[in-house]
Design a protein around this ligand. Structure first.
Ligand code: ADP
Ligand code: MG
Length: 139
């Protein structure tokens, strides 16, 4: 499934829509270049869960930001897969938290089930194409 959004607000709204559609998905893998809208999507997701979205930003020093119901991960600064980071991710995931991961290509193992895969691409200045690969259990 592909969705085109015309501005950041639409991307946020789309996140809320997908959360409703796949409430049981634990892992959300967000692929795409810098500025493609991944963090914006996470903000919309957080807002839908009543988490103050201003707190969701691109992490500068931390790779993992725990917001309670969701864990926001950005592996951009990771040059190679790091076992200690992956161990921390597993610990968070074991607590039934929703894991949203930017730059998931920098993890060595992919979570196999309950995973929604999203590919963000630029399409002009303010348009973004978001391709959604649903979790296996839902397809
Ligand atoms: P990433 O996390 O993928 O690097 P961000 O979400 O941090 O990207 O940044 C996306 C930028 O693009 C924001 O400044 C946002 O306001 C802007 N933008 C413009 N149009 C869109 C759109 N359709 N969807 C998401 N963001 C958009
Ligand atoms: Mg980001």
């Amino acid at each position: 499934m592909k969705k085109t959004t015309k501005n950041a607000k639409e991307t946020e709204a789309f996140a809320a829509e997908l959360l409703k559609k796949y409430p049981k998905a634990k892992w959300w893998l967000l692929y795409g270049d810098l500025g493609a809208g991944k963090t914006t999507f996470v903000k919309g997701f957080a807002k839908a869960l009543g988490i103050e979205k201003m707190k969701v930003k691109s992490p500068t020093f931390t790779l993992i930001e725990d917001h309670g119901d969701i864990v926001h991960v950005d592996l951009y600064r990771l040059s190679a897969p790091d076992p200690s980071v992956e161990e921390q991710l597993e610990e968070h995931a074991a607590q039934k938290k929703i894991m949203l991961v930017e730059w998931p290509e920098r993890m060595s193992k992919k979570p196999p089930k309950d995973t929604v895969v999203l590919h963000f691409t630029h399409h002009g200045k303010d348009e973004r194409i978001i391709e959604v690969i649903p979790p296996e259990s839902a397809s």
